[in-house]
Write a protein that binds this ligand. Sequence first.
Ligand code: B12
Ligand code: SF4
Length: 587
Amino acid sequence: MRAKRRFELVLIKPSHYDDDGYVVRWWRAMIPSNSLAALYGIASDCSERHVLGPDVAIAIEAIDETHTRVRTRALLNRFQLQDNFGLIALVGVQSNQYLRALDIARPFREAAIPVVIGGFHVSGCLSMLDGHAVELDACRALGIAIFAGEAEGRFDVVLRDAASGRLQSTYDFLVDLPSIEATPAPFLPKRYVARTIGRNASFDAGRGCPYQCSFCTIINVQGRKSRHRSADDVEQLVRLNWEQGIHKFFITDDNFARNKDWEAILDRLIELREKHRIPLALMIQVDTLCHRIPNFIEKSKRAGVTRVFIGLENINPDNLAVAKKRQNKITEYRKMLLAWRAQGILTLAGYILGFPADTQETVRRDIAIIQNELPIDILEFFCLTPLPGSADHQALWRDGVAMDADLNNYDLEHVCTAHPKMSRQEWQKIYHEAWLLYYTPAHMRTLLRRAAATGLPLGSLMRLLARFAIADPLEKVHPLQSGILRLKHPSERRPGLPPETPWLFWARFAWQTFLTNTRATYILVRLILWTRMIARNSRARLYSDVALTPVDDEDTTLQLLTKTTGAQVAVAHLKKVAKLTHGGRGL
Ligand code: B12
Ligand code: SF4
């Protein structure tokens, strides 16, 4: 038998730098990267099909920098052993990760190793800007190939070009979005998934969203038409993961409710769960009108959905209108949230701060309204950010409006542009304050009481509360970027910042680790005690408050519906429609 030549394919999902200039990395990260799983699945398929010829074996390694250090020297040695026959692929690179990705690439390019970059930054920029902005020429200067669009059916050509030393400077497939039916499933071997909390695998059952929110990059990269995997595809990937003992999945569709095939997919998952006894536990993302789709919530429950992420974004209709998010009807929010609660499913809602009508005072008021009147479990805050690839960014870029020049800050946690009513400092301050305002000890106890009263899983809510209450105040990162036990290394400091003396670095790191984890343990212990007390309380089922009260269409006294002019207009409009259609009964 002829010895096979080995092609080194290293898939790296970069992290980004924190405010001190160190790479954000954890012993265990929060969620696995679906982008990495997608590329791993596609690359494995290329390897099985011997796309580089029968004499070449493709050795694939996946590195998610949020939990694994990129050991550059060891990788360089490995490439050297194969005469640089291989490829470094920077995967799923977001705008805030772009500069880190370039820093990872530099030593490999200096050693003349082929490097290619893909993901939302390069795809978003090529979709909406002039082909050079924002900082795309930095790739060209380093000789990094840019891949825009989706890799399904297109990775063969990249691998062949890299193997023959003819990697092109740009691969642009943006106008030619592939069908994802019967394409290789996103997949990561268990050894990678085990480095994340909860050991969830992930897959996108579909791509594309019909709406047109102006801050959204997704529609300009993945399009507005629903493309989806088939029920057979989904069954196959579930079984593949179940073979390695994984049964929890994050379905990453931005809006699973608008996946044209949601029902067939849920029916198949129900079958796998109820007939084949695979104990599925799923998290999905949906819009605020999903409860109006017949059977959607009920089937989600039967399929194993335990957590649902909802793009609530704001409770002021004026703000939602500016962002072209008119599909979000605040008059429907309570109905939708109570519908999920009735099925025992935890709700997580995204909330954006920094819309034009927001001020520090209105944000404080709105958070209090949410706490009192909306039956949401977890609220996540984001700064309204002109992400490259969005219509918002394109408009500011065209008009020459100042935006933060440091791409590392485009992580939805840093203020990147001016606001009509708040200074940048005020906006940044209210973002951090928002976490403290929502996750007060009193409100966390209320959330646990609501959960006990309505049959939500208390332990699961308690774990979520711990993560979301701690990440921003203690770890200074968004919970979605967080993990357990922050890791740092002096060699991972952002270029341009002075390296610290090793003993000072390690002393400070040890002290910070001790301090943060002591505080975190205190919060966790309190949460555990509250949870136990509430679980043991025989009267817990009797608890009720305004948020849990069933929706009364006649009741328009809620602050949610009266405090902003936009809300008053929305209610008046609904009353008018109700009068015309039902003679005035109900909203
Ligand atoms: C699931 C998800 C998450 C998950 C998992 C992350 C992940 N990447 O899988 C979690 C919850 C952890 C997460 C966190 C964050 N996310 Co997120 N996330 C998503 C979401 C909804 C789906 C990602 C996905 O699975 N897509 C499907 C995959 C298959 O598509 P893809 O990544 O684009 O990859 C395809 C192509 O781009 C291409 N490709 C990608 N890389 C490469 C490389 C090569 C070499 C080649 C050839 C091709 C190629 O081929 C792939 C297959 O077709 C996207 C929106 C979206 N629809 O993509 C936002 C999105 C990627 N997230 C975003 C952001 C901002 C964040 C956070 C910073 C938010 C925060 N403050 O916490 C964090 C960052 C955390 C981190 N370390 O990555 C933004 C990025 C925007 C931008 N321009 O930078 C997006 C686009 C959403 C948005 N608001 O617009 N996220
Ligand atoms: S609903 Fe979500 S995915 Fe769809 S356009 Fe709006 S922000 Fe983008």
